[in-house]
Design a protein around this ligand. Structure first.
Ligand SMILES: Nc1nc2c(c(=O)[nH]1)N[C@@H](CN(C=O)c1ccc(C(=O)N[C@@H](CCC(=O)O)C(=O)O)cc1)CN2
Ligand SMILES: NCC(=O)N[C@@H]1O[C@H](COP(=O)([O-])[O-])[C@@H](O)[C@H]1O
Length: 204
């Protein structure tokens, strides 16, 4: 499967998955990265990795349907099979979601359905966990659907919230597990896809 990433900042999950592909730990091929942020470190990293890259943002395409179509066309041209949202902070549109239905994964830094939805991203999530007095937090990988963070959950991992935790200490503990969690979820999707292909090929 060809992996394409969407990232707004560092692209930490994209980097973890790409390294796993390079190390032979993931049977997939990273091919492209899209960012809405022209200064995102993820865009620079993807160029250095030799991936197809594109800066596609509402600044370039003020009409959301045109932005959706531009992202769709870039992913089609890159021959993407599976989309990975790696800290992508914008809503994906109906054209991309329709074309890649069931093949778009996102990682969210909380135990969804807690602390998800519009407005809940990055540090805001960890702050909400601390303000709620939760004793557990973690990360969730889910399929991406039209509703923000509403898609079916594929994998989740918990971490403790310790007394005295700050936003930074909690964020570091959650981010330390995100790469491995996303890798396990993508491996499952790739294995299922391979089984489907073999089934199709073996059916007369
Ligand atoms: N159609 C979907 N698009 C996206 C989903 C999804 O589930 N369905 N997940 C998000 C990722 N995400 C949480 O994991 C998330 C990202 C962004 C926001 C948000 O409120 N963004 C702000 C803008 C923030 C910015 O530009 O820095 C907003 O839209 O007003 C919430 C959750 C990715 N896309
Ligand atoms: N709602 C989406 C969201 O909040 N994603 C979170 O943003 C961070 C991005 O870090 P990165 O830019 O270093 O990859 C990650 O912790 C990811 O879980």
């Amino acid at each position: 499967m060809n992996l394409a990433f969407l990232a707004s900042h560092g692209g930490s999950a994209a980097r973890h998955l790409t390294q796993a592909c390079r190390d032979g730990e993931l049977d997939a091929v990273p091919v492209a990265l899209v960012s809405n942020n022209s200064r995102s470190p993820a865009l620079e990293w993807a160029r250095e990795e030799g991936l197809e890259t594109a800066h596609l943002s509402s600044a370039k395409y003020p009409d959301p349907d045109e932005l959706d179509a531009a992202i769709f066309q870039f992913l089609q041209d890159a021959d993407a099979d599976l989309l990975i949202l790696s800290g992508y902070m914008r809503e994906l549109g109906p054209r991309v979601l329709g074309a890649f239905a069931g093949r778009v994964l996102n990682i969210h830094p909380s135990l969804l359905p807690r602390h998800g939805g519009r407005g809940m991203y990055g540090d805001r999530v960890h702050r909400a966990v601390l303000e709620a007095g939760d004793t557990q937090s973690g990360a969730t990988v889910h399929l991406v659907t039209a509703g923000i963070d509403e898609g079916p959950r594929l994998a989740q991992e918990e971490v403790p919230v310790r007394p005295g935790d700050t936003l930074e200490t909690l964020k570091a503990r959650v981010q330390a597990i995100e790469g491995g969690l996303m890798l396990r979820a993508v491996r499952e999707v790739v294995a299922e896809h391979r089984a489907d292909v073999q089934m199709t090929e073996s059916t007369p």
